[in-house]
Write a protein that binds this ligand. Structure first.
Ligand SMILES: Cc1ncc(COP(=O)(O)O)c(C=O)c1O
Length: 377
């Protein structure tokens, strides 16, 4: 029995290593090393309730969780005395939480999101029973501002809840907050809530831009980010930063845990907070910035190399995502490329090497040459 278990595990590990060697389509950083904190796996490390209130369960990581929230609140220029948040299970839960705040504030609000928004956004609207309107997107993946104006005009008597994509899933397009705000102003919609879905770009754009247009200083109300994407973690996780006064609306004291229930899930995993805390301490702001610059450099390198080889490719400004014409199913499968009807993409996450990019492009070019030759014969 024991031998069987070892064999099965070994086989599984080998398969996993092979798969990991060809994973370039998903936005997961791979340059992390958490060996120093492996011994934490011996503990039932769980965070129950609000990270800002120590309850009666002591085997938690609230202190680190709060430090991670502080780091992101600072990055997102959240109001110093009015921010809160927690470490979620991922960007999807962070979106759900941001929209939960919005729904509590504006129960009759209409949610506007773009056709390029992540599927967790319309799903959150369904879960929260918010009336939602899908707005068209432009070719680069950004929301279509004329359509947004048109849609909002029809409901201008109702509060507006807007999800701005700060890096769409497929093309990493960023919606323009100042433009969205000027539409709200033009339509005289005073009751509004802007939630930013910054699952991928949220963790690095503010390091590169002094005045990241999507942050609290620019008038947004909540920001969602994934932790296992740019920062990197073996467990999916996310960060959500909201305004404290909005969170207070949904908080309820639970005598049993001697704490406040202000999160979506009950018992939350405490490891993710430590991983994120460790990564932030390990890399520091400068190290994270360096990783972002390397990713941007590799994305531009990839984009140019594809164009040089006559492969249609697109890269949005400040994006680490490169889209290109969809290759064969077998290449998509081998390199685990996320693909829609239009295109595939690769994401130059920290941990990907130039050599890996080169081998992928070589296969892509060979396939194109072969297909072109077949077409001509
Ligand atoms: C723009 C965007 N939002 C939200 C999510 C969901 O994040 P998670 O997979 O961490 O739940 C993703 C995931 O790819 C995403 O690309």
């Amino acid at each position: 029995m024991i031998i069987q278990k070892e064999e099965t595990l070994n086989e599984y590990m080998q398969q996993l290593a092979k798969k990991a060697a060809f994973s370039i389509g998903y936005p997961f950083a791979t340059d992390f090393n958490y060996e120093e904190i492996y011994s934490l796996f011996r503990f039932p490390l769980f965070n129950l309730g609000d990270p800002y209130m120590e309850g009666n369960y002591g085997v938690n990581s609230f202190k680190m969780e709060r430090e991670v929230i502080d780091f992101f609140a600072d990055l997102f220029r959240a109001p110093k005395n009015n921010y809160s948040g927690y470490i979620t299970s991922g960007g999807s839960e962070s979106n759900l939480y941001g929209l939960y705040m919005a729904r509590e504030l504006y129960p009759d609000g209409i949610l506007y999101y773009s056709s390029e928004s992540h599927y967790s956004v319309p799903k959150a609207a369904r879960l929260l029973n918010i009336t939602a309107v899908e707005v068209c997107s432009g070719k680069n993946g950004e929301i279509d501002y004329d359509d947004l104006l048109h849609m909002m005009k029809q409901n201008r008597h109702l509060p507006a809840i807007i999800v701005a994509n700060i890096g769409t899933t497929m093309k990493e397009a960023k919606d323009d907050i100042p433009k969205i705000k000027s539409i709200l102003q033009e339509l005289l919609i005073e009751s509004h809530y802007i939630h930013c879905d910054a699952a991928l770009s949220g963790a690095y754009l503010p390091l590169l831009e002094k005045d990241a247009a999507f942050d609290f200083a620019n008038g947004v109300d909540s920001i969602a980010c994934s932790g296992h994407k740019f920062i990197g973690s073996p467990i999916p996780c996310g960060i959500v930063v909201v305004k404290k006064n909005n969170k207070d609306h949904v908080s309820e004291y639970i005598p049993y845990i001697e704490s406040v229930d202000s999160t979506i899930t009950g018992t939350r995993n405490g490891l993710s907070s430590v991983f994120l805390w460790y990564a932030i301490r390990h890399f520091g702001r400068d190290g994270l910035l360096k990783r972002a610059e390397e990713s941007l450099y590799l994305a531009e390198y990839t984009h140019q190399k594809l164009l040089e080889n006559n492969i249609n490719s697109h890269r949005n400004d400040m994006a680490i995502t490169v889209t290109f014409e969809k290759p064969s199913d077998s290449l998509c499968h081998k390199w685990q490329l996320a693909t829609n009807s239009e295109c595939s993409h690769m994401i130059c996450m920290p941990g990907i090497s130039k050599e890996k990019i080169d081998s992928f492009i070589a296969e892509l070019v060979n396939e194109k040459k072969y297909n072109d030759a077949v077409l001509q014969s």
